[in-house]
Design a protein around this ligand. Structure first.
Ligand SMILES: Cc1cc2nc3c(=O)[nH]c(=O)nc-3n(C[C@H](O)[C@H](O)[C@H](O)COP(=O)(O)O)c2cc1C
Length: 183
């Protein structure tokens, strides 16, 4: 799940590094939320009445399937007003379906989540608190643990090239994600 509206921004470049390390036999589904047709949750509660069926017919139907059947979930996103960008938040809010159908959690295979988030500003208190707490709440509903997080600040001074130490951190994060649980 990629939350940026910019293809070649900080998260876009970080994603290039991560994907370049993905093993050949990995099946990767990339959802760029900015380009997804995912409407806001209308809180109609049909999913509670109809065993997890969301009545809104949009890209979220495919995303539900992938969330249920994937092994690992990566959230890679900028911080917007100390939270998720609205397009990615819409996807998270639509996961109310999982929250409203808790029996599903018992039959979903367990999975791991990873988050790489960036904030353009210099570090300030709670820059990533909103992102992390909303993500943790979602993960509880889908039988998913948060395995690793990587936060970068001050990304608005990014000039298109990572310093070596940042590249190393992103590579380590990716390798951890791709090797976890593999033999
Ligand atoms: C609408 C909007 C809100 C933002 N709000 C914050 C914020 O609250 N805190 C922060 O550190 N950066 C904020 N930023 C800066 C972005 O996090 C930063 O530009 C980031 O690098 C964008 O990611 P990208 O380069 O992958 O597009 C905001 C940017 C936008 C466009």
């Amino acid at each position: 799940m990629w939350g940026s509206s910019r293809k070649n921004g900080y998260t876009g470049k970080a994603l290039d590094i991560i994907l370049s390390l993905s093993p050949d036999d990995n099946e990767v589904r990339l959802y760029r939320s900015f380009k997804c047709d995912v409407k806001a949750c209308s809180a109609c509660d049909s999913c509670a009445r109809n065993k997890g069926q969301c009545v809104i017919n949009d890209d979220m139907q495919a995303i539900y399937e992938d969330i249920m059947h994937c092994d690992k979930l990566l959230f890679i996103t900028p911080v917007y007003f100390s939270g998720f960008p609205s397009s990615l938040k819409a996807i998270i809010d639509r996961c109310q379906m999982f929250y409203n159908y808790p029996e599903l959690k018992n039959i979903l295979p367990s999975k791991q989540a990873y988050i790489l988030a960036v904030g353009g500003s210099r570090p300030y208190p709670d820059q990533f608190t909103g992102i992390e707490s909303s993500l943790r709440y979602l993960l509880r509903s889908i039988n998913c643990s948060l395995e690793a997080k990587l936060f970068f600040t001050h990304t608005d001074s990014f000039n298109g090239r990572f310093e070596d130490d940042k590249t190393d951190l992103i590579r380590d994060f990716a390798l951890k994600m791709f090797t976890k649980g593999e033999n």
